[in-house]
Design a binder for this molecule. Structure first.
Ligand code: ADP
Ligand code: MG
Length: 405
């Protein structure tokens, strides 16, 4: 069933209305500075539409994983950044719910934006308590005036008070819960990968672990023509082939599972043929390129090797649809970065050749930036976990909770 979207609300209906927006302002912060503002930029179309329509916008979001109030993870700084980006008044209030927060909402003028404090400072957020859901719904005017907009695709796979709880509560009160423009866009792109993707469809998975991505592998396999596997994830598959992997990161308890996946997938799964090894994964370590069957007992695999880069790049070049999640190696360490950078470039080249290219995952997005090709892919998802769960065939709770169109 299609979900209601912010676009369904006529702009003339927005003037003066209090709109509660669950945005994804979960930006990375290091030493008190925002190191990547992608998520803030991606939610601007929704906030601009509301501002231009004269709405009184109340923004809530989580940031990081605090277990209670944590001044280092306050959204105040993000509110400042939002003010610079959107132009016009963006206020901040240090509570999330309660009389102070409600008074700040009532003080808003048309076209003004208010950012409330980090939802994860409240223990009710991750436990999705009815109390917090009600308190969040109480922030805005009662239905049918109040509207809830969920634009946080990156949090849509979590059933939290600020994603599903408040949406359920707004609907229960006779109000509406609609998808924001970013959430809408993300779902449309990912749906196009599931429904009639242009062939050949090439999937690329990497990163640290098989677990957590198993459902995605299983769901993608019948749809893709090729699934290229790199990163530490490939190690567990290589072990399933009976290879020596030395001290490399792998999940022994997933070897049987990988064995089964390989048997079912036949030649659709493509594994690295060579790798970059060292005695330890750190800069300055002596690095060797070895075929995948020549890893020594004291070796550690840190990246795919040049023959694998070539093999993967070649298979990608005739893809018409490409989905990539997860780095090919320990790309945080410059000596083991080349495989992931080459993959980022290959995905960019496939885009130039006309493929629909979609990249999901924070680390993969960071790799695109490192390779200076972030603007050369069709779509970079703001939600790694959410995109994997969606492609794994799961109904995202944050989406399920929205009003039907
Ligand atoms: P994404 O954020 O794009 O979804 P993941 O979080 O799944 O990606 O995986 C990223 C992590 O995987 C990185 O920290 C990277 O260092 C790690 N990784 C990739 N290859 C290896 C490897 N061969 N050995 C150890 N860690 C690896
Ligand atoms: Mg990651």
């Amino acid at each position: 069933m299609t979900k209601a979207s912010l676009r369904d609300i006529p702009s003339t209906d927005l003037i003066g209305r209090q709109v509660l927006v669950r945005a994804d302002l979960n930006v990375p912060i290091k030493d008190g500075r925002i190191t990547d503002d992608t998520r803030v930029r991606e939610t601007l179309p929704t906030l601009r539409l509301l501002k231009d329509g004269g709405a009184r916008t109340v923004v809530i979001s989580h940031m990081g994983r605090p277990e209670g109030p944590d001044p280092g993870l306050s959204l105040q700084r993000v509110a400042g950044l939002l003010g610079d980006s959107i132009g016009g008044t963006v206020r901040f209030h240090p509570d999330l719910v309660g009389p102070g927060a409600r008074a700040a909402v009532l003080a808003l003028d048309n076209s003004e934006v208010l950012v409330l404090e980090n939802t994860r400072f409240d223990a009710g957020e991750t436990r999705n308590t009815p109390e917090l859901a009600r308190a969040l719904a109480d922030l805005v005017d009662h239905p049918p005036d109040g509207v809830f907009v969920n634009d946080a695709f990156g949090a849509a796979h979590r059933a939290h008070a600020s994603t599903t709880g408040v949406a359920d509560e707004m609907r229960r009160r006779g109000g509406s819960a609609v998808a924001g423009l970013l959430l809408d866009k993300e779902l449309k792109v990912l749906e196009s990968l599931l429904c009639k993707p242009k062939q050949p469809f090439v999937g690329i998975l990497g990163g640290a672990k098989v677990s957590g991505k198993v459902e995605t592998i299983r769901a993608l396999l019948p749809r893709v023509d090729r699934l290229l596997v790199g990163g530490a994830m490939a190690n567990t598959f290589l072990r399933a082939l009976g290879l020596e992997l030395g001290q490399s990161l792998l999940e022994e308890d997933k070897v049987e599972l990988c064995h089964g996946i390989l048997r079912d997938a036949g030649d659709r799964i493509v594994l690295p043929v060579d790798c970059l090894v060292a005695k330890s994964i750190e800069d300055g370590a002596a690095v060797r390129v070895v075929p995948r069957d020549s890893v020594q007992p004291d070796d550690c695999i840190g990246d795919i090797g040049p023959a694998s880069r070539e093999l993967f790049g070649g298979l990608l070049s005739d893809g018409r649809t490409v989905f990539w999640n997860g780095p090919m190696g320990v790309f945080e360490v410059p000596a083991f970065r080349e495989g992931t950078i080459a993959m980022a470039r290959s995905v960019a080249t496939a885009t130039d050749l006309g493929a629909l290219t979609v990249v999901g995952g924070g680390d993969s997005a960071a790799a695109l930036n490192m390779a200076h090709v972030a603007d050369k892919v069709a779509h970079v998802s703001t939600g790694g976990g959410a995109s994997l769960e969606f492609l794994g065939g799961e109904q995202l709770p944050g989406v399920a909770a929205l009003s039907d169109r």
